[in-house]
Design a protein around this ligand. Sequence first.
Ligand code: ADP
Ligand code: MG
Length: 446
Amino acid sequence: MPIEAKRIWEQMLPLLETNMTILSFDVWIKPIEPLDIRDGKLVLMVASEWGKNEVNMRYLPLIKGAMNAVSSLLTDVEIISADQKEKYVSQEETYEIKEVPIEAAEPLSINPKYNFENFVVGKCNQLAVAAARAVAEEPGTRYNPLFIYGGAGLGKTHLMHAIGNSLRASRPRLKVLLVSSEKFVNELVKYIGMEKDGQKFRDKYRSVDVLMVDDIQFISGKPGTMEEIFHTFNELYNSSKQLVFTSDRHPKDIPDIDDRLRSRFEWGFTADVQPPDLETRIAILRKKAQIQKHNINMDVLTYMAECISSNVREMEGLLNKVILLSQLNETKPSIELVKEALNDYSEKEEGEITADDVIDATCKCFNVKRDDLLGKRKTRDIVEPRQICIYVMTEILDLPLATIGNIFGGRDHTTIMYARDKVAQSMSQQKTVDDVNNVKNMVYKK
Ligand code: ADP
Ligand code: MG
């Protein structure tokens, strides 16, 4: 059983870590040793009697919560100090733990990789996570439909699968269906083509307990299918079945959809996901590294998090590249390796808009010279166009800030961040909005 205790404890650690400060985690949780499982209790050992009392007082509920999340068979946690160990080791083992196989409704549609435990909660997404958790706990009651919206790579699909995984574990009998809106519409069109009334489509979609449609914005502009979709959602909603949607924008901003459908989306609960702040980005990177069993230095994680600011998917791509490079070079991940990995990002594909295009456009719009724009001059007539150029780059190019810094004569990524934020803040002024739009129009006109 000690091995089982260790396995369970290892699964609990990332959960505990996301729910406390890094400092508390390092001080209180890391030193704990998973000792055994006895009588349905997870026995944890802390070095001193004093430590045992502290952990009991501060973290017992959190530890219990994490245990319940990873194992449905354990009933309690017991914390002992090192000098009580003898007593435990000599006792007979009385409890045996067995895995309960979980029956999967649609094994392929829900990705087990995406669960709540490995989703990092920050200010940027806490509302969406809370609502998603509530839906997973009590589907079809509150928050129906749940509508999660926000930019690319910010975890919407992850959260949707997390709801699916959680429901699968807690209520294996519920029929949970997760589809992309593309698949949803394709099936609808196919079935309606096969038989006039689309009975098969109805049988499939109206018989589920939870229907989740990812990227629902893609149903826009397809009037023939809108009616059927509306009725499907209505019927499910009226029989208290849970609906969950994700979208890259708020329902009111989805063009060309039936107004009834739009208002249906807004009836329940809408929650947005925003780009994570630096601290959350670091936490995400830590978690992703941990999942792959890599221990990466805090400096390196921070550097990565600073370089990529708006898209978690990209940040993950960078992390994977750094890990790969470190394995190839047989060295520990370092800032140098991150820089090396970042270099690849500047390679471009044909027809794609490049940093050069943005630079050219800015030079034309403001009538400044390229060398000045990229150089060190600090006069106002140069600094303003430079900041606008940087802002447009961060908006329309998928370039890490460090790479943009290199383009601008080796400026630090924090300088780039500053320029970007400065323009973003002054977007309340019409002049800035016009400047940005002029540059963008010029870029796209090419
Ligand atoms: P979206 O659907 O919003 O475009 P995804 O859900 O596909 O984004 O997320 C992109 C990647 O980023 C996934 O690998 C996901 O696990 C990861 N991700 C995004 N946000 C978080 C987060 N808060 N914690 C952990 N991983 C995250
Ligand atoms: Mg998605």
